[in-house]
Write a protein that binds this ligand. Structure first.
Ligand SMILES: *Cc1c(COP(=O)(O)O)cnc(C)c1O
Length: 375
């Protein structure tokens, strides 16, 4: 074979947005690491180390006998549950194969060549991929400085000011990944009010159930007054169901009707529909996960501070830790101890690692390994 049918050759066949696109970087190949290591402490993907409610597991197993059937294409039962939880009409809900899918759909539907999408520096990686895949142009707004009250957080005033007549979509995560930063209710309300109604505002609340800061408020209360607002949530984090791939959007029914046009008919599988509905009923489990996470997050921040390693304030189940110049060496050394952190080079945060808050036992292993590595 003379010609190299390599990725570049096929990429040249793709449309313009895809040609320059880089695939989502999942961090490490955890499957390979798992196979190689006796045990692994996986602190790279912000999963819930406690797992889901036992009720969710049971509902999942109870639904196995329906594996030969297509799932409910509309997810009626899960939407009815979610409608109750959030006090909205079921028509205000759209389910996704993870909220990742919904974030992609939003750009696919509302932005294209010639359009702008606004999001923050250090915003969630999917915002950039969704924008570029849609063929739209990213307007990336500089994050707050390291010495700000909310270091590396979203500069909401600058984000609102970056909106131009070409802007179709604004993505904001609150709290944000990978920084862990957040903003409170007054800032949120002022921001949403500053965006023209023709521009779709997406507030990604993947970590909302982890938050304990009293000033935080979901954007859902603003939906009634702002039909251009979309709030996304996920079952992957606090609910501990990342493996099932289920998330949802809450928005004006007419907005969702347009997204519905591109939704794959059976995008959420039957096991996810069953388990997520059951998970919603177990408030005690989510509250317990939140308490454990708050406790271990504080313990992790304290331990690192004791070794002179700064962390960015976080309302999530991870901390951005500033290891400085030694960051890659520390990450590699921890890997040899079977501990997986998330490198941040791709985000332009090469002096930081993102560490998922683990269980007490996982964190003990991390501390022991770090003590060796830092020595
Ligand atoms: C983890 C995460 C998601 C959730 O992704 P799923 O596709 O629902 O698993 C969405 N947004 C942010 C900011 C996240 O960190």
């Amino acid at each position: 074979m003379n010609r190299a049918f390599d990725e570049a050759w096929f990429a040249a066949r793709a449309h313009e947005g895809i040609r320059g696109l880089k695939a989502y970087d999942p961090g490490h190949d955890v499957v390979a690491l798992r196979a190689a290591a006796e045990w692994l402490v996986e602190l790279g993907s912000n999963e819930n180390p406690y797992g889901p409610s036992p009720d969710a597991r049971e509902a999942l197993l109870d639904s196995l006998h329906l594996v030969h059937r297509y799932p409910d294409p509309r997810g009626t039962a899960l939407k009815a549950k979610l409608a109750g939880v959030h006090g909205v009409d079921p028509a205000c809900l759209l389910l996704g194969n993870g909220s990742h899918e919904l974030l992609m759909q939003l750009a696919q539907v509302f932005a294209g060549p010639g359009d702008d999408v606004v999001y923050s520096q250090f915003g969630f990686a999917v915002f950039a991929i969704a924008t570029q895949a849609a063929g739209a142009k990213a307007r990336v707004v500089t994050a707050l400085p390291r010495d700000a009250a909310m270091p590396l957080g979203h500069d909401l005033a600058a984000l609102a000011a970056a909106v131009t007549p070409a802007t179709k979509l604004v993505y904001v995560a609150n709290p944000n990944n990978p920084t862990g930063t957040w903003f409170g209710a007054p800032a949120l309300a002022a921001f949403v009010a500053a965006i023209p109604p023709e521009v779709i505002v997406v507030i990604d609340e993947a970590y909302a159930e982890m938050v304990d800061a009293p000033e935080f408020e979901t954007a859902m209360g603003l939906l009634g007054s702002h039909p251009n607002l979309v709030v996304t949530r996920t079952f992957s984090k606090a609910y501990g169901l990342a493996g099932l791939r289920c998330g949802y959007a809450v928005a004006h029914p007419a907005l969702l009707a347009v997204l519905e046009r591109v939704r794959e008919s059976f995008n959420v599988n039957g096991f996810a529909l069953a388990a997520c509905a059951a998970a919603l009923d177990d408030h005690a489990h989510v509250a317990w996960v939140r308490r454990r996470n708050v406790e271990q997050r504080a313990a992790l921040a304290r331990w690192l501070a004791g070794r002179g390693i700064a962390t960015i304030p976080s309302q999530t189940n991870f901390l951005l830790a500033e290891f400085g110049e030694r960051t890659p060496a520390i990450e590699d050394a921890l890997l040899t101890h079977g501990i997986v952190l998330r490198p941040m080079r791709g985000y332009g945060l090469a002096h930081f690692s993102r560490i998922t808050v683990g269980t007490l036992d996982e964190q003990r292993r991390l501390f022991a390994a770090l003590d060796e590595v830092l020595a």
